[in-house]
Every structure is written in C-alpha cells, then in structure tokens.
Design a protein around this ligand. Structure first.
Ligand code: MG
Length: 367
C-alpha cells in the first residue's frame, strides 16, 4: 500500500515568551484535525516541541496535496485566533500570508513529507527541533547515512553498504529550488564540504542506492526570511525518517544525536549552542532557549500508527543531557564574543546591525 506521511509545523504563539503553546491552542488544533480526520486521513498525531506545533498525518493522497495542506493551515489559523485572544507571545508568528494557496510551501509553516510503498514492517522516526535551523540535521544525518564509524550498518548490511543518494538544497536560492544530488561513498567529501556550511546547505532528502525508488527521509527546509523578506524567527525544522532493513537501524540513527553538536539558534536566534535531546512534548529551556531535538519512533501498517516510543526518554539520555548542559555553559561563558554569538551576517535581530552601522561614520583614517 502506498502511503504519504506529511508533517507540517508552525509556531503560532507561546506562553510567556517562546516556551510552549498554551493548552487551549493545542486543544483547538487537535479538535480541528480530529474533526477532519475521517474524511482525509488514515491516522494523525498532534504534538508540540518548544513553542512549535507539529501535525503528523498519514494518508494516501501524495505529497503537496492541497486538502491535506489546507487542513493543517486551517488548524493553525484557528490556533492563531486563540493565541491572539490569549495575548500569547508571537501569536501567528509563522503564518506569513493571509490566504491559503494550493499548499503551505511559501506561506510560513514548515513541511517534511514523503510518499512510499509501505513495507511489511515499516519503522519510522520523527524528529522535531526548536530554536535552531534546518542545517542542524546535517551532522547527525551525515553520521547515520555516510560514516561507518557511527553507522556500522554501512559495513554490515549489503543493501546499506551500496550507499545513499543525498539531495542537498542551497537555501540561498530557495525560491529557484537549487538542488544537488550526490552519492555515497564516492561523493562523500563533496557532501561533507557542503554540509559543513549548515546555514546555507541543507539535506532535503536521502534515497537508498540499492533500491533507488526508496526514500529514507525528508527534512523541512523552508527559510522564513525568504518568505517574509525579513527576519521573523528561526526555521525550527522537522524530519520524517524510515529506518531498518535497507536503511540504518533506528538505534544507529538515534545514537548520532548524542553528539550535542553546536548549532546556530537559541534565544534571539543569535548564538551557537549545543543541540539538546529532550523528551517528547518538551517546553523550551529558560536557559537561553537552548536548541532542542525531540524524537519518537513507531511502526505503521495500512497507514495506522502504533503507539510511539519517546526515543530520548531513558537513562542514557539523562547522561547526554548532562554533557550538553556543560557544553552550553562553557560556550555561554564566552559571552558576546565569537563563536558564542553568531557572526554579523547571521545576527538576524536588527539592533546590533544598526549599532555597527552608526559607528561606521565615526571611524577616522589613522594619520
Ligand atoms: Mg520555535
């Protein structure tokens, strides 16, 4: 059976800042999606990650399907009304256009979706990150799909050992959809050369080379600033990933998030901070909104999802959280100096840019 998994997300307002959506918004969005589910969906799950809300939907209508995208858009529109009525911070922040037009691409909400022939044992992982950007997925996905030091399946499984095709998008040219396809293992260094620039080059999808029609994953790659023409917040990204058999094991993929690698983001989207793996439906941290990633795994059959397992909710990850907390403090002790604070062209809140501009005329040539 061919199914589509669509995950659409948006930040439509937070309680007391960028913490989490209110219970009333979450209930509003859930009830709306429930009311449309029997007509359009095989299954669904509504959740939050920090101040963002995710709507995960299984269906058989293909990608970029208008009624499916409209369902999410309408749910977020209803939620935005509640956010405004409650005076929430950033109410309707990611709803950048007034009207729905075909699908949510270019309207503000982020999308990760893929269509695939369901396997007899279809294993899936969903990741959602808050207070960071799509390039935060570059390192863990590279490790899981291209590095045998991290992903032993690349050596141990003949199918996985044939490598993967990486689809990488150049987000500077998002409107023109500039995409490059590169293959592991032969293009590994080219892939690494691109993925190191996390603010520009982003993994959009990965495909099996043993079974080229089989897509392993999809990542949301929207850049809100391209849509709005100004900085309106980080593009908190989501990803849907198929695991097991011809793809890395769920555990090989999950382990790559123990790095707690430094990513651009946190409060004001202005610093490098480590990516903290947290429990599902977590609130953003009051410690400078440290970038967070949460994840679930589940099985699916005829589009029906089992209950999920919260992958970062067991003792090992408490240890990782300890390590990442220390990394966060160490970097923050550097205060406003680089690389703690992002370089000038990434300081998306305008205040410091204006300040530096004003100082320019006061510089005198040294005699
Ligand atoms: Mg957010």
């Amino acid at each position: 059976m061919k199914i589509t998994l669509t995950l659409i997300k948006a930040d439509i307002g937070g309680v007391g800042g960028h913490s989490k959506p209110s219970e009333k918004i979450l209930t509003t969005v859930k009830e709306f999606v429930n009311s449309k589910a029997s007509e359009l969906l095989l299954d669904h799950l509504v959740f939050h990650f920090g101040d963002d809300i995710g709507i995960l939907m299984s269906h058989n209508k293909g990608i970029s399907n208008s009624p499916i995208h409209k369902l999410a858009w309408d749910a977020f529109t209803k939620g935005t009304k509640v956010a405004k009525s409650q005076g929430l911070y950033g109410a309707g922040q990611d709803m950048l256009k007034d009207a729905f037009s075909g699908n949510v691409h270019g309207l503000g909400p982020g999308v990760a979706e893929m269509e695939f022939e369901e396997r007899p044992s279809e294993a899936l992982v969903v990741f959602a990150m808050d207070k960071t950007e799509p390039g935060a997925f570059n390192l863990p996905l590279y490790l899981a799909f291209a590095d045998p030091m991290w992903s032993p399946g690349l050596l141990l499984s003949p199918d996985i050992g044939k490598g993967f095709t990486f689809e990488i998008i150049d987000t500077e040219y998002l409107k023109a959809d500039k995409i490059i396809k590169l293959n592991t293992p032969e293009d590994t260094y080219d892939i690494a050369a691109l993925l190191r620039e996390t603010r520009r080059y982003v993994i959009r999808a990965i495909y099996s080379r043993a079974h080229p029609k089989e897509q392993a994953l999809a990542v949301s790659t929207s850049r809100l600033k391209h849509i709005a023409g100004r900085y309106v917040g980080k593009d908190d990204p989501v990803a849907v990933v198929r695991t097991q058999r011809i793809f890395p094991a769920t555990e090989e993929l999950g382990a790559c998030f123990r790095v707690g690698h430094y990513v651009g983001g946190d409060t004001r989207g202005s610093h490098h901070q480590p990516l903290m793996p947290v429990k599902f439906n977590s609130t953003a941290s009051i410690h400078y909104c440290i970038p967070l990633v949460q994840g679930i795994t589940f099985s699916i059959q005829n589009g029906k999802m089992t209950e999920y397992v919260d992958i970062f909710d067991e003792p090992f990850w408490d240890f990782v959280r300890q390590k990442v907390s220390e990394k966060s403090i160490l970097m923050r002790e550097q205060g406003f100096t680089e690389p703690s604070m992002l370089p000038r062209d990434e300081l998306e809140y305008g205040g410091i840019v204006e300040r530096l501009k004003n100082l320019e005329s006061k510089f005198k040539t040294k005699k």
